[in-house]
Design a protein around this ligand. Structure first.
Ligand code: GRF
Length: 194
């Protein structure tokens, strides 16, 4: 069986990307072949360098106005795309080129607290301000709408009176690091079995 080549798209620190890289290390059926970022100062690019994984920083105009990057990914034989804190909307051309092969993680229990502008700290502030008793993570396929594709997996955490957006963010990050890599592998195993 040929190696499944994975690209990770990220705009931030890259703690999820780091966990995913660690998870697939030594698994010869999979290769984290590329790190793609929307920001030249993203911490994920340092992780790519430390891990010896090729990386690129996207040109925004090109990303949204052409399919150049679709061709770039296809030329690299990328089979699957993981969004791990990637803040731009995925253009329809990329979605059509990778049907049911783009997965995203959202730091809340979709369909609540999702959509444009709902990312990072904004999500946790909204959840705390709404005095929710629970929050969690959602891993889902990506479609043409923000945070809207078919849900693959959700995990929850309790919220106490003492929780703040920062303490909730920490709980969510722990859930992400605990579940995202293994869920990706399950999805990939399903994709490969088709
Ligand atoms: C995570 O909270 C993820 O749910 C969201 O963006 C954040 C990325 O964090 N989509 P990191 O860059 O992986 O640390």
């Amino acid at each position: 069986m040929s190696t499944t080549k994975i690209a990770i798209f990220a705009s931030g620190k890259g703690s999820n990307a780091q966990q995913i890289i660690r998870h697939f290390k030594g698994k010869t059926a999979y290769e984290i072949a590329l790190i793609v970022s929307s920001r030249k100062d993203a911490g994920v690019l340092d992780i790519a360098k430390n891990e010896g994984i090729p990386s690129i920083v996207l040109d925004k105009n090109n990303f949204f106005s052409s399919d150049d990057y679709v061709q770039f990914l296809k030329d690299l034989n990328i089979d699957f795309i993981i969004l791990a804190g990637f803040l731009w909307k995925i253009p329809v051309g990329l979605i059509h080129a990778y049907p049911q092969k783009i997965v995203n993680i959202h730091p809340a229990l979709l369909p609540n607290y999702g959509g444009k502008g709902m990312y990072g700290h904004f999500v946790h502030e909204a959840v705390i301000n709404a005095r929710e008793k629970q929050s969690g993570i959602t891993i889902h396929f990506v479609d043409e709408l923000y945070d809207h594709g078919a849900v693959i997996f959700q995990a929850t955490c309790d919220i106490t009176e003492q929780d703040t957006p920062d303490t909730l963010a920490e709980k969510i990050h722990q859930l992400e690091h605990q579940h995202f890599p293994a869920i990706i592998e399950k999805v990939l195993a399903g994709v490969n079995s088709n």
